[in-house]
Design a binder for this molecule. Sequence first.
Ligand code: ATP
Ligand code: MG
Length: 261
Amino acid sequence: MRQVFMARVLAVCNQKGGVGKTTTSVNLAAALAVSRKRVLVVDLDPQGNATMGSGINKMELAAITGDLLLNEVAFDEAMIVAEKSGYDLLPANQNLTTAEVELMGVSSREFQLQKILSAVSKRYDYVVIDCPPSLNILTVNALVAAKSVVIPTQCEYFALEGLSALMQTIERIRNATNSELATEGILRTMFDPRNNLALDVSKELLRHFGKQVFRTIIPRNVALAEAPSYGMPITSYDNNCRGARAYLALAGEILRKHKKT
Ligand code: ATP
Ligand code: MG
């Protein structure tokens, strides 16, 4: 079956800031790489956090994802092998903001990333896209290119409200351009079981979204916050901490699911 060799594209997306998108992108990608999957991480956020967290200096880039989106460079001119992380990276920095504006003048602007990724699809098993904290044209590019969406969320009071806006956007993209776009799963991040509100919101999420919620829960774990400052994923920084075990479990959950389908 030809499909087996095509990359599965996961967009890690939530328009809310600071919910663990980048932490999830980098560490899920590294955990998939530990399972010998060929992985590409696409940094689609001008903050360039996934780039720095992969051990690549965002101030010293020859080309960024934005240059690719504007057809100004070839894939291999922008792609960097993030050796310490075990995956390939399309990096980003603040110049992506300029690219985002210029992209508005491109006629097939929503399809640029899809075009780029389908051309390299056979080189990877998984592509993980780290989205910015907004529902802008960059995020739309990710959702058009993706097969499914990983939605990190903190178990806080406003979580559900934000999720319904995101679900509506996903539905809109599904109806307009990408009919196969699925929810890979809602991921509970920075979870602290001693916090009663977190437990309540977690229950609510399960009640509302049922099987769409990943069984794996990412705990609040200091090592996960420390690792990016060393430019390492958690699996390299501290392979045995709770954070590492959680992201390895998440990768396992995703891999098992895809084996079945
Ligand atoms: P943005 O919307 O700005 O892109 P984000 O959704 O990508 O943010 P992260 O950058 O992954 O969120 O996480 C926000 C902060 O929380 C970071 O400082 C990160 O190191 C920290 N963090 C993320 N997950 C955890 C965790 N499980 N335990 C402890 N700290 C965490
Ligand atoms: Mg981020």
